[in-house]
Design a protein around this ligand. Structure first.
Ligand code: KIV
Ligand code: ZN
Length: 513
């Protein structure tokens, strides 16, 4: 059998570090379940010591996920490592990932430590982590800007202490493919005990080369683990995109000669889920998961594809989970048909009550929209589980708004607030502005809006609009998503969902390490 390439997903840790992408525990669980369904080898579920919220999310994921190894990040100190081990305790298989910076710049300016101190702390951290598990990963942070001799010395020592994965972090996206690939190769050649560990690549996309660098680390350097995130989510320009690595290695097996354990048909559902939860929209021309990735617009291409698909297609859309926009249910579909479709979509609602509410919302939508697509169902379910997770302080009841050319738009909203119906009115620059002002007139959240975006869930003007609102207050950033055939109502629902998250508290302060 050919070598296996381990896929280590860090959407829930490094991806979440992206300002604005912070997720609630329930959202993290939904994504972890999807990653397990996709059969990723390792799920980095978070950074246990960063907050109680992240600890709880890792702990819940460790209890639920059975097929993938669950991992937590930990700085190279006993307290962080103990916290990671405690959070991971219920897991069937777990990994502790500990790190410390090794570049002269980071050691001197950030850590204010000498190289000898860093060397000692790295060794002791791995030794301590091995008390809890024999699956320990060590990362030299800013590894690609570290001194080669020092890096060799530290990595040899941590492998001696029992680190089984060595992850070469290109923390600031400084690498270029040939140099980064050679860095991994040289380390593997120079470190005497390198054969006792799997080498891993971890690249950031600041210069747009994260995927290329990771693949060079694999092909030139001999790394056998890639750390990556769904849609390349991550702070600044993001991390290596999982879908691009997986499809490059699969499509060019002739070149890479590597095996993967991934169920690629789960890639697009994972991409949509992460995008919906974080509000980070996928650009249409994004490789593999962009809406246009398989659309052939030019006549020559269309003609070629019709005659022989592989003239212009190197991957099949269905192999990565694209399904033609299929009408799946309609007005006459009953609860059983709805439940069965949820099962086919691998959606699990936690209780009969949630199923009933989702079904009621489906019926309501089917009354207004003749053709219901999978995407519509996923949107209903997404909102349903988000709503169930947060105790809803505010609830959308109804909206009327008036806008006319030359007139200032006006909105009147009815919400229930702690069980009491309240009605407020406001005007604004546009109908959405008027509606959100009306909500704010009652909620008085004083939050700052960081993002407002609208997307059509399917195609055509009959599609539901999906609105994402990102709010920030006292350093906390939350996302709210709302869907409706009426995009002004969707905006109100998204704003209310975000307010509920602010009220629910518990979400962590945009964690940065
Ligand atoms: O980019 C980085 O250096 C990291 C490490 C913690 C692996 O994310
Ligand atoms: Zn990183």
């Amino acid at each position: 059998m050919a070598d296996k390439l381990i896929i280590f997903d860090t959407t829930l840790r490094d991806g979440e570090q992206s300002p604005g992408a912070s997720m609630t525990k329930e959202e993290k669980i939904r994504i972890a379940r999807q990653l397990e369904r996709m059969k990723v080898d390792v799920i980095e579920a978070g950074f246990a010591a960063s907050s109680n919220g992240d600890f709880d999310a890792i702990n819940a994921i460790a209890s639920l996920v059975k097929e993938s190894t669950v991992c937590s990040l930990a700085r190279a100190n006993d307290k962080d490592i103990q916290r990671a081990a405690d959070a991971l305790k219920p897991a069937e298989r777990f990994r502790i990932h500990t790190f410390i910076a090794t570049s002269p710049l980071h050691m001197e300016k950030k850590l204010r430590m000498t190289p000898d101190q860093v060397y000692e702390q790295a060794r002791l951290a791995v030794r301590f982590a091995r008390k809890f598990t024999d699956d320990v990963e060590f990362s030299p942070e800013d590894g690609s800007r570290s001194d080669m001799d020092f890096l060799c010395r530290v990595l040899e020592a941590v492998i001696d202490e029992g680190a089984t994965t060595i992850n070469i972090a290109d923390t600031v996206g400084y690498g270029v493919p040939e140099l980064y690939g050679n860095l991994v190769k040289t380390l593997r050649e120079r470190i005497p005990n390198a054969d006792k560990a799997v080498f891993s690549v971890h690249c950031h996309n600041d210069l747009g080369m994260a995927v290329a660098n990771s693949l060079a680390g694999v092909q030139l350097g001999g790394a056998r683990q890639v750390e990556c995130t769904i849609n390349g989510l991550g702070e600044r320009a993001g991390n290596t995109a999982l879908e691009e690595i997986v499809m490059a290695v699969k499509t060019r097996k002739d070149y890479f000669g590597l095996e993967l354990g991934i169920d690629t048909t789960q890639i697009v559902p994972a991409s949509k889920l992460v995008s919906q939860i974080t509000g980070f929209v996928v650009q249409p021309n994004k490789a593999v998961v962009g809406a246009n990735a398989f659309a052939h617009a030019s006549g020559i291409h269309q003609d070629g594809v019709l005659k022989a698909r592989d003239t212009y297609e190197i991957m099949r859309a269905e192999d990565v989970g694209w399904s033609a926009n299929k009408i799946v249910l309609g007005k006459l579909s009953g609860r059983n048909a709805f439940k069965q479709r949820l099962q086919e979509l691998n959606v699990r609602l936690e209780s009969e009550a949630e199923l009933n509410t989702a079904f009621a919302r489906f019926k309501e939508l089917a009354d207004r929209k003749a053709e219901i697509y999978d995407e519509d169902i996923m949107a209903i379910v997404g909102e349903e589980s988000a709503g169930a997770a947060e105790r809803e302080h505010f609830k959308f009841v109804s909206l009327s708004q008036r806008s006319e050319t030359g007139e200032r738009p006006h909105a009147r909203i009815v919400m229930s607030s702690e069980g009491q119906e309240v009605t407020t009115e406001s005007d604004g620059n546009g109908p959405v502005d008027a509606t959100l002002n009306a909500i704010e007139a009652h909620a008085k959240s004083g939050s700052e809006m960081l993002l407002y975006s609208v997307n059509a869930i399917t195609t055509g003007t009959q599609a539901q609009g999906e609105v994402t609102v990102r709010l920030s207050k006292n350093g906390r950033i939350v996302n709210g998503v709302g869907t409706d055939l009426d995009i002004v109502a969707a905006s109100a629902k998204a704003y209310i969902a975000a307010l509920n998250k602010l009220y629910a508290g518990g979400e962590k302060l945009n964690p940065q390490i």
